[in-house]
Design a protein around this ligand. Sequence first.
Ligand SMILES: *Cc1c(COP(=O)(O)O)cnc(C)c1O
Length: 340
Amino acid sequence: MKINLISDTVTKPSIDMLNAMMSAEVGDDVFKEDPTVNALEEKVAKLFGMEAALFFPSGTMANQTGIKLHTQPGEQLICHEYAHIFNYEGGGVSFNSGVSCKLLKGSRGMMTAEQVEQAINPPDFYHSPLTSLVCVENTTNKGGGACWDMEELKKIKKVCGDHNLSYHMDGARLWNAMVVKKNLPKEYGELFDTISVCFSKGLGCPVGSALVGSKDSIHKALRIRKVFGGGMRQAGFLAAAAIYALDNNVNRLQEDHIRAKELGECLDSLSYIQKVEPIETNILIFEIDESKMTQSHFTQTLKEKDIHIIGMGQGKLRMVTHYDYTQEMHEIVLNTLKKL
Ligand SMILES: *Cc1c(COP(=O)(O)O)cnc(C)c1O
């Protein structure tokens, strides 16, 4: 049995999800005539208490569209040095928007409002790029699935308001954060100009993300998505999966979080593990004590048992729990780790 802990993107649609997809009513979404895509966009907008939403083929495109919406070439955005938009979107911030990133440090992929305020270039000092956007990521990916504290997000919102900056959230795994923090999408909708969310991770969809924002932003986003090549035709088959996932797969994220914690506790008890980072959601990052076991021996031995995990560089390893990681698999992994 292949056990894939590389990412929560490896899931395949369940039979029930496939049935929902197969029976979707579809049309040409480039003409905005796909009823299922329209229904999904309405549903997501309403969920966040925002005016409008737009369906995207990837979270990367949703983020890149958000960044393009809020910036002009030559300007600068502020984000954490771990940010997905900076590290894992192929340099799209500069390629697509001609924008640079001011990178901030901070524990587990998060920064403070004070840091953000200090990173703003004085708007009248024309020698430096004009700061126009702040991006935060929730949960943090490279930060190990950490969830932002609502109070800090509000403080950053205040800084954005005081300095006339737009505020975007990369909420690829915001569903996970909401399950842990027990807050509502609307609480985030009130703070941000735009939020991107993924359906293709913990929620188990094969494809799909959305960007939520004001009517005006989403109207502009439609053109940007077209320019990026993201206009899709009978996309309702995909949107149906997302609707199914929102109705059925959000609360079960708790199971992924519990299994991640159990994996973390197990690793923590093993002599060859040096450090396990705190686990809040479905991502766990840990380090091997290389004087006891090499990283490659560890990953290779797991691989021989058909358990797949990924290295993150700098001696860090990662496991991500998800919809297709069952209790049966979980027990196999726990037993294997203990016997290694
Ligand atoms: C996965 C992810 C994205 C989007 O990735 P796609 O593969 O393009 O869907 C964006 N931000 C974060 C933090 C992610 O983990």
